[in-house]
Write a protein that binds this ligand. Structure first.
Ligand code: PLP
Length: 373
């Protein structure tokens, strides 16, 4: 079968060796950043260095960074901590935003970009002070959202804008102030750091209510002794990701080659979000008539790891809410997979993927279960 191929960087990325080394060092050094003695002060120094590295990745100031247990907690903190009674979220948000509050849904267009006219109309209805959530890049399709424009519209109505930048951070250049968002979520394990650590970036004017109360850590905005090793790893990963943005942008060549060859070899195959701005590493491919789980399993058997674009719970395939929001029909929305590349991806990985995927398509065509799109 050959070596296993990992093409699931949007699910999680390998931890960079320099990150693992820095974490090991932090793990084997005692000290609580809140202690006043020398051990504590050394731990505090490590914490603040990581804060600077993470802030630098998105052009924020270190004081605006609140470390959390990951993207999920940061999204929940942003939505619940904003104290806004009315919440509007784009239809393609991650579940950690969608499930954080009862919310009104802002539609997206066929390319998977949030409908700014709809947002403007929704905000024109006078109601309670609102929080709007629009992610920077979608985890399934990679579609990059017009966040700066969403911020302008949002602010004109006096609302706040939260931006989940978990998939975008470390893949495209981000300017927290230039985007003019009020709150931004990051997660370490999507950019070469460990899982279980993330950050919420909070603009100075935002009065965020802490969800987790206890000690005064993170300037009273998130209590609990800091996960220092994780945070140190996050900092190093952020620095490496920032230095490698150009190399990440070049992944588009590999991804485009994959899509061109997939579409050429498999009649009826389609790519979601191809016509709009997208992350360079992400491809959301559909094989109408073949459930995404079947594709993921066949690829896994061939030693290639990708994700289903739809979720499977209790044995029942559920269609992707993202693809449905983009107008995909029911059959297509359950037959998409997500291929996501990263710094370790090579042309031969794409070859291996195509070999297995095209073979599956050929088998399905032979038994007549492939639907023409
Ligand atoms: N937001 C997006 C867009 C994501 O893709 C994910 C993870 O898949 C999260 C939030 C959650 O982040 P974490 O896994 O750090 O909780």
């Amino acid at each position: 079968m050959g070596r296993p191929i990992y093409l699931d960087y949007n699910a999680t990325t390998p931890v960079r060796p320099a990150v693992a080394a820095a974490m090991t060092e932090a793990l084997t050094t005692v000290g609580n950043p809140s202690s006043v003695h020398g051990f504590g002060r050394a731990a505090r120094a490590r914490l603040e260095t990581a804060r600077e590295q993470v802030a630098a990745l998105v052009g924020a100031r270190p004081a605006q960074v609140v470390f959390t247990s990951g993207g999920t907690e940061a999204n929940n903190l942003a939505v619940a901590g904003s104290g806004r009674e009315r919440v509007l979220v784009s239809a393609i948000e991650h579940d950690s935003v969608l499930k954080a509050a009862a919310a009104e849904t802002i539609p997206v267009d066929r390319r998977g970009a949030v409908d700014l006219d709809a947002l403007e109309r929704m905000l024109a209805t006078p109601a309670a002070p609102a929080l709007v959530a629009v992610m920077l890049a979608n985890n399934e399709t990679g579609a990059i959202q017009p966040v700066a424009d969403a911020a302008r519209i949002t602010h004109a109505s006096g609302a706040l804008l939260h931006c989940d930048a978990v998939q975008a951070a470390g893949r495209i250049a981000i300017d927290f102030n230039g985007l003019s968002v009020d709150l931004m979520t990051l997660s370490a394990h999507k950019l070469g750091g460990p899982a279980g650590v993330g950050a919420l970036i909070i603009a100075d004017h935002v009065n965020l209510a802490a969800r987790q109360r206890g000690g005064g850590q993170e300037r009273g905005r998130r209590a609990g002794t800091e996960n220092l090793a994780g945070i140190v790893g996050f900092g190093v990963a952020a620095e490496i990701a920032a230095a490698e943005l150009d190399a990440t942008a070049r992944l588009a060549d590999l991804r485009d080659d994959l899509e061109r060859r997939a579409m050429g070899a498999v009649p009826g195959a389609l790519v979601f979000g191809r016509d709009g701005p997208r992350l360079s590493n992400t491809s959301c491919l559909a094989l109408p008539g073949v459930a995404s789980e079947v594709q993921v399993m066949a690829l896994d058997l061939a030693g290639v790891a990708v994700s289903a674009g739809s979720a499977c719970s209790s044995g029942k395939v559920q269609s992707s809410h993202v693809l449905r929001a983009m107008g995909a029909d029911a059959v297509t929305a359950v037959s998409a997979i997500r291929v996501s590349l990263g710094w370790g991806s090579k042309a031969v990985d794409v070859d291996r993927f195509l070999e297995a995927w095209c073979a599956l398509a050929a088998r399905r065509r032979a038994v007549g279960s492939l639907t023409a799109a």
